[in-house]
Design a protein around this ligand. Structure first.
Ligand code: CU
Length: 414
């Protein structure tokens, strides 16, 4: 009877081990990557992306495209998120479907993390090379230490061709040309599976009777030592010594084969150049703001003062990558993703030009299904329900000025 129990325990242990291993290798395809589940305040009060351009929406494997534009680092950065002192400009895609061939902020190559200043606007560009065929949602993204990945808008891009033809040649500092895609792939397989096999052998050796409960009983009774035989000790020493010798020998041969190596480069780049934007002459004060839950609309009362010398009109409200436009003032010609564009989403009670020196209080409504679809309305359930965004004003010649808004938002359920 005891033997049968032991066998059952052993078998279940092996089954558990196998299913855990299988689970590690099982990666189902995800159609989106959580852009809507990121807290609304994170998307509204951290990094504001605008003037974005995805240079292509269809390309072949090995072809390149760029994602470029500007991002504004919001001055009213939430207290609960670490400041963007260590930030990494990234692209949000489902795995390495593209490779990032280069990224630039303010014209400077940024292969490392950078330090960003609150309240400043930066110009950026990311060069991507297509690797895996399929339809992919390509997002801008900023990884902030202590804040997590802050995702920007995503646009669908189609890659055609076959992944087998993908190449990633680079010239090393010693003058050799290598294809990073296949470089030393045999060694990678060898080492991964070797350690896996050694680990598994070690586990399997110890999966022997008596199993869990008899062992626990023995340990409790102070007889733990009796569970380990002289043979076990020999095997243990053999595993330990074998591993050390093996590592020492292979390290020697590897060093011989690759005499020149440099460590992976990390570190922080400071002094990244932001855009010199003349200070906005349009000043906006938020008198109050409410979100009407049934109407999926946000209403703001704004007092706008035009301190410049040309008349201006409000054309766009941009928050969390959703753009609400007044079509009388602004039409999007950049091919911005449809689901994030409310072409007629912005209504201003009086949007006649505001003359230089004039102050005017207006009611502004930003309405679109995107409030719900993109789960921005969730912020009314936050303990600090504030909204924030960018307002863009235009004069008759199309010159643009940007103002930021940051104010409490009161929900209305009627
Ligand atoms: Cu996406």
């Amino acid at each position: 009877m005891k033997i049968i129990k032991d066998k059952v325990a052993k078998l279940s242990f092996v089954a558990l081990l196998l299913s855990m291993t299988a689970a590690m290798f099982y990666t189902p395809t995800a159609s989106a990557h959580g852009e809507k589940s990121q807290a609304a305040f994170m998307r509204m009060r951290t990094i504001h992306w605008y003037d974005l351009n995805w240079s292509k929406d269809e390309l072949n494997v090995n072809e390149t495209m760029t994602v470029s534009g500007k991002f504004h680092v919001f001055a009213g950065w939430p207290e609960t998120v670490d400041k963007p002192e260590v930030s990494f400009l990234n692209i949000g895609i489902p795995g390495p479907v593209f490779i990032r061939a280069g990224s630039w902020i303010g014209g400077q190559l940024v292969p490392r993390s950078v330090s960003l200043e609150l309240g400043e606007t930066y110009e950026f560009k990311v060069l991507l090379k297509a690797r895996r065929p399929g339809d992919w949602h390509v997002h801008t993204m900023m990884n902030v230490e202590g804040g997590g990945p802050i995702i920007g808008p995503g646009k669908w891009v189609t890659i055609n061709g076959s992944m087998g033809s993908f190449v990633n040649p680079i010239v090393t500092l010693t003058g050799d040309t290598i294809d990073l895609e296949k470089y030393a792939i045999d060694s990678i397989y060898f080492w991964s599976f070797l350690w896996y096999a050694i680990g598994l052998a070690w586990l399997l050796y110890w999966v022997k009777g008596p199993m869990f409960i008899p062992r626990a009983l023995a340990v409790q009774a102070g007889k733990a030592d009796t569970l380990i035989s002289a043979g076990d000790k020999k095997i243990g020493v053999a595993f330990g010594l074998g591993t050390i010798i093996f590592v020492a020998v292979t390290m020697g041969t590897t060093n011989e084969k690759y005499p020149v190596t440099t460590p992976l480069q990390a570190g922080l780049m400071r002094g990244i150049q932001w855009l010199e934007i003349p200070e906005s002459t349009v000043h906006v004060k938020v008198e109050d703001a409410t979100y009407r839950v049934p109407g999926r609309a946000m209403q703001m009362t704004l007092t706008i003062h035009n301190g410049g010398d040309t008349a201006v009109r409000l054309g766009e409200f941009n928050t969390a990558s959703v753009r609400f436009l007044d079509p009388d003032v602004l039409e999007d010609e950049s091919g911005y993703p449809d689901d994030l564009l409310a072409e007629e989403g912005l209504t201003v009670s009086d949007n006649s030009p505001i003359a230089p020196g004039e102050s005017r209080t207006v009611n502004v409504t930003a309405s679109d299904a995107a409030w719900e679809v993109y789960r921005l309305a969730d912020l009314i359930y936050d303990p600090d329900s504030r909204f924030a965004g960018l307002l863009f004003f235009f004069d008759a010649d199309g010159n643009r000025q940007m103002s930021t808004v940051d104010a409490p938002l009161i929900p209305s359920f009627m």
